[in-house]
Ligand binder design. Structure first.
Ligand SMILES: [Zn+2]
Length: 272
């Protein structure tokens, strides 16, 4: 017994010593893919992929936080894709759905209000819910007020979240990668929901953004014309600087064309 205790102590001392002298590298973070609950084929296995909805209509004219709604009831700023740092994501990842509530602060029946961090896409008959873009499943389980809840990490800080599902595909599990448009579950009203709808959130760099209006150009900023022009600046006549005329130099005589005739010297008379 004493011998075992001694060797344990020695081992502990050795471990402690080695750790102090040479600290180990941090262990890599690994994601464990839990075994599938069921890998059997189900309604999701061969279900069609997500349709691309060209328009999104408001469910009712009296919905809360609907934002800009056109005369036909369409969400004016809606486009099928939202451009994010992780690429294009579906703005409406449902099989069928209308906009029953938008993003932002909304009042409640009891007075007051609270922030709504996503959009609600409703359909009384339910329908499939699809992955908005390529990514990796982070969460697929029951989350209190969110009910049956799926979260996908699309990379580059972009996540999408899907709440209140009546059912999650039993073959879907955290850690697995998923392709855009893959059916993941069906719309429901689990958790804190008063009707069958999808609560859809998009988070970018940890901030929840408006799935309808994210990336939409801002309205033009206008300024009265009078303020854009500057008062004309009078231009003064340039000062004329009088310069003294330069003194004319003496003209240089032209070069001689030929040697001058030699001057013949005359001897004085009688001087032979
Ligand atoms: Zn919601």
């Amino acid at each position: 017994m004493r011998r075992i205790a001694f060797s344990l102590a020695a081992a502990a001392a050795l471990t402690g010593c080695a750790t102090a002298a040479n600290p180990p590298y941090a262990r890599p973070v690994t994601t464990t893919i839990s075994p599938p609950i069921s890998s059997a084929a189900n309604i999701y296995t061969n279900a069609p992929r997500a349709p691309l909805h060209s328009e999104l209509f408001a469910c009712h004219s009296y919905g809360s936080n609907l934002g800009l709604i056109g005369q036909r009831g369409e969400a004016t700023n809606y486009t099928p894709y939202v451009e994010t740092p992780a690429g294009s994501l579906l703005r409406n990842p449902t099989e069928v759905g209308c906009l029953s509530s938008g993003f932002g602060y909304r009042g409640t029946a009891t007075g007051g209000g609270r922030q709504h961090n996503g959009i609600d896409l409703a359909n009384r008959e339910g329908g499939f819910i699809y992955a908005a873009g390529n990514g990796r499943v982070v969460t697929a389980d029951y989350r209190g007020g969110y009910g049956n809840f799926i979260e996908i990490d699309h990379g580059n800080g972009v996540h999408t979240r899907y709440a209140h599902l009546v059912e999650i595909d039993p073959n879907l599990r955290p850690g697995m990668s998923i392709a855009e448009g893959t059916p993941m579950g069906r719309m429901g009203m689990t958790g804190n929901a008063t009707g069958v709808h999808l609560h859809y959130e998009i988070a970018i760099d940890g901030l929840l953004v408006d799935p309808i209006n994210y990336g939409v150009p801002q309205p033009y900023q206008t300024t009265p014309v009078a303020q854009t022009y500057q008062q004309p600046v009078p231009i003064e006549a340039p000062q004329v600087i009088e310069l003294e005329e330069p003194a004319m130099e003496q003209p240089i005589p032209p070069p001689l064309q030929s040697y001058p005739e030699p001057v013949r010297l005359q001897r004085p008379d009688g001087f032979n």
